[in-house]
Ligand binder design. Structure first.
Ligand SMILES: Nc1ncnc2c1ncn2[C@@H]1O[C@H](COP(=O)(O)OP(=O)(O)OP(=O)(O)O)[C@@H](O)[C@H]1O
Ligand SMILES: [Mg+2]
Length: 265
């Protein structure tokens, strides 16, 4: 049984059918890169997996548990202290009013607060437990920021950080909720070329640690280097999927070949 099973996802916006039956499977620890021309539904697919969009049809199974099944009424799960999917966005999406550290602890602290609300405690007990958990969260966040090379920048605000540093904060933030599968939507496309390397290095390290990751990217060389499989999307479906050498060096589909030729220009 595969770790992630995406079955026949459909998504439309108004009359526009964007995803037209997307299915694929991943094993734990695998890294897939998704490539394809603009407007082909790559971001939409990641947003559907992260419950940022509702799907029209299809299902998602992780580790044998159906977490989403449009036909059978299994919909957006409640946020818990860990996530099935984590997302790193193209434009970082950090909270500008909070430091790097606070950006990473925020969701963990909110989760702790919600969990404690559900327990039968006095307000004094709740306060004291929350303080304890928040301290642990801060330690976790500091370790994650160290791991992405931002030990010196924890108290900086997003506007005081370079794009590459902001994106590394966003990666630490996504890791904070311990997602099973980490999704990246063009994580380097908003960065100057000299800053892409530091972000790609962090992603490569995560791959080496055995993280399961789905990466939408236009960085073909990087995709070839880090991925177990490449998914080429065209017209709302997976046009071709295979090992990087196969897809990049001997694509089976004419559409893949034509896309790769254009990407080289
Ligand atoms: N919220 C929305 N409402 C209406 N249409 C949308 C919405 N989000 C996306 N779309 C449309 O869905 C299509 C696919 O968009 P999507 O962002 O998934 O493409 P993409 O493959 O990520 O493109 P790019 O490479 O440019 O990022 C586009 O035509 C887009 O205009
Ligand atoms: Mg996109």
């Amino acid at each position: 049984m595969a770790f992630l099973e995406v079955n026949n996802l459909y998504k439309s916006f108004g009359n526009a059918q964007i995803l037209k039956g997307v299915s694929f499977q991943m094993d734990k620890g695998e890294v897939f890169s998704i490539i394809g021309s603009s407007g082909n539904g790559k971001t939409t697919l990641l947003r559907c997996l992260n419950f940022l969009e509702t799907i029209d049809r299809g299902s998602i199974t992780v580790n044998g548990n159906v977490i989403l099944d449009a036909e059978n009424g299994i919909t957006t799960p409640h946020l818990t202290n860990r996530l099935t999917f984590g997302m790193v966005f193209q434009n970082f999406n950090l909270f500008p009013q909070y430091t790097a550290l606070k950006n990473v602890t925020l969701a963990m602290d909110l989760n702790a607060k919600n969990r404690l609300k559900e327990q039968n405690l006095t307000s004094r007990q709740r306060k004291s437990l929350l303080k304890e958990v928040c301290q642990t969260n801060e330690e976790t966040a500091k370790n994650l920021l160290k791991r992405v090379g931002l030990e010196e920048k924890m108290q900086h605000y997003p506007c005081q950080l370079s794009g590459g540093q902001q994106q590394r904060v966003a990666i630490a933030r996504a890791l904070a909720l311990a997602p099973d599968i980490l999704c990246f939507d063009e994580p380097t496309s908003a960065l100057d070329p000299e800053l892409t390397g530091e972000v790609l290095k962090v992603i490569k390290d995560l791959r080496d640690e055995g993280r399961t990751m789905l990466i939408v990217t236009h960085e073909m060389e990087f995709a070839k280097h880090v991925s177990d499989k490449i998914i080429f999307m065209a017209d709302g479906v997976i046009e071709e999927m295979g090992a990087p050498e196969q897809v990049f060096d001997s694509p089976r589909s004419e559409k893949t070949r034509s896309f790769l030729m254009k990407a080289k220009e």
